[in-house]
Structures are given as C-alpha cells and as structure tokens.
Design a protein around this ligand. Structure first.
Ligand code: APR
Ligand code: ZN
Length: 242
C-alpha cells in the first residue's frame, strides 16, 4: 500500500488544481452510519424512502424523527483522522476545495477551508412552503411551524432525492471542476448524482482520478482500497517527503 499512497502523493504534487470529494464513508470511522452500508437502515427504512419531499408531506413527523436520530448521533461524535488528514493536505495544497455530500459538518469542524456542502447541513432548517431559513428546536420530536409565513413546516436544510442542488454550491462546484486536473474521491458509493459524475468530468478533460474506499475502487486512475482514516494521513506523510 505504501507504493500506492506514495503514487497518490506524487499525483497530488504534480496537480495544479486538485479537488477533493467526500461521501459518508469519510465519517464512518467517527461512528456515523453510512447510507448504503449494513448499518444504513433506520426502523427498516432506507434513505431513499425518507429523504424526499413526498415522504415529508406524507409523514413529516416520521421524517423529522429520522433526522433527530441522525442529529443526535452526529452531535455525540467528532471528526476522525481522515477529516484531519484532509486539513493537513489542504495546508500543503491551499487551492484544493473540499466538496462534500455529507451533512454532518465534520470537514468544517476539523478546520478545513473552502468547504462546499453540496447536500446542505443537517443542523439547519428552512420552511417547506416559503423556504425561509430559521432555527428550529432540533431536539424535540414535534415538527415546528415557520415563524415567517406562519403556516409551513420547518424541514432539515439538506437536499432530498429529486431536488435541485443549491444554486450557489453548484456554481462553485462547476467553477472548481472546470479548473480541476485531478480529483481525489473518498468514501462515496458513487450512486447519487451529480457527485457520482464528478470524477468522469475531470477524467474526460484528461485529468486524473484517485479514489479511497474500503471496497476496491473501479474506473479510476489510482484506486486505494482501505480506510480513509488510515490512508489519508499516509498520503499526507508521503506528500511531505516529496
Ligand atoms: N473509509 C473509506 N470508505 C469507506 C469507509 C471508510 N472507513 N467506510 C465506508 N466506506 C465507503 C463504502 O464502501 C461506500 O462506498 O463509503 C461509501 C459510503 O457510501 P454511501 O453510504 O452510499 O454514502 P454516499 O456515497 O455519501 O451517499 C451519497 O446519498 O442518501 C444520500 O444524500 C445522501 O449524501 C448522501 C448520498
Ligand atoms: Zn414559511
């Protein structure tokens, strides 16, 4: 594996504009369940059944309680060696943006800069009707009404299946991908678009792709099979030797 972490470090060093993309797997070693792993179910529901506007309309309390469960877990956990590895890497490569599908806020909490939370943040809330952002009590089981329009229900500030990504985030990402000559993908199953397509965007322009996953990566220039919390710090170490 040392050969591969060293190769990854060399590719990063040679890149003028690398971008970093993470998914739920980077927070797995913090103790946060992934979506498509063995521990991804809540009360036998899959994420796809709960993370939709339709599910919230049908049963807002059920969806809210799922988010309460997830918020509770996240608030009891902290960033791990992978998140801190990213921060160190970014100190060496300050122009590298951190694009994440995760809503746990751990990249920022660890101290990363230029973090694009493309699926939002689980601790924020906005109105299902008028879309105004306001704070809700995210510990109570009751779904709360919006204080602005007085009628809509407050929903989590995340992107659900079937919804468009925040315009700002998409604009920033497209600027970054235009410049990118390398993408480092960590801990995502690559099943949810648009993030699942970012590596091929970079590759189609002749850029390189590196992936870290506990399951053997496919369709990348360099795949590292293993835990993000072990491999990212090793890549940083190798980078510092160059
Ligand atoms: N290190 C590296 N990779 C890991 C680790 C680890 N310690 N643990 C798990 N993984 C990998 C798994 O092999 C899997 O490929 O992380 C990936 C997690 O995949 P998903 O659970 O599908 O998470 P993600 O790709 O982030 O999901 C995308 O789907 O439900 C939506 O909006 C939600 O942002 C989420 C999106
Ligand atoms: Zn409202």
């Amino acid at each position: 594996m040392q050969e591969k972490t060293s190769e990854a470090a060399k590719l990063l060093k040679a890149s003028r504009h690398p971008v970093f993309l993470s998914g739920a797997g980077i927070s797995a070693e913090s103790g946060i369940p992934t979506f498509r792993g063995e521990d991804g179910l809540w009360k036998n529901y899959r994420a796809e059944e709960l993370a939709t506007a339709h599910a919230f309309q049908r049963d807002p309390k059920l969806v809210w309680q799922w988010y309460n469960w997830r918020r509770q877990i996240i608030s009891e956990k902290k960033p791990n060696a992978a998140h801190y590895g990213v921060v160190k890497l970014q100190k060496l490569i300050p122009q590298m943006p951190i694009i994440t599908q995760n809503v746990d806020g751990f990249h920022k909490k660890a101290g990363a800069k230029n973090v694009i939370e493309m699926h939002g943040n689980i601790f924020e809330t906005f109105c299902f009707s008028c879309r105004a952002y306001s704070d809700a009590d995210t510990t109570t089981e009751e779904v709360q009404k919006c204080g602005v329009c007085k009628s809509g229900l407050l929903r989590p500030g995340v992107v659900w299946f079937g919804e468009a990504l925040p315009v700002n985030a998409m604009q920033q990402i497209s600027i970054e991908l235009q410049k990118a000559d390398l993408i480092l993908v960590v801990g995502t199953s690559g099943q949810v678009y648009p993030a699942a397509g970012f590596a091929s965007v970079v590759q189609s322009k002749g850029g390189k792709s590196i992936e870290i996953n506990i399951e053997q990566p496919v369709n990348v220039d360099l795949g590292l099979t293993g835990k993000a919390g072990e491999l990212l710090p090793q890549i940083v170490e190798e980078y510092m030797k160059l």
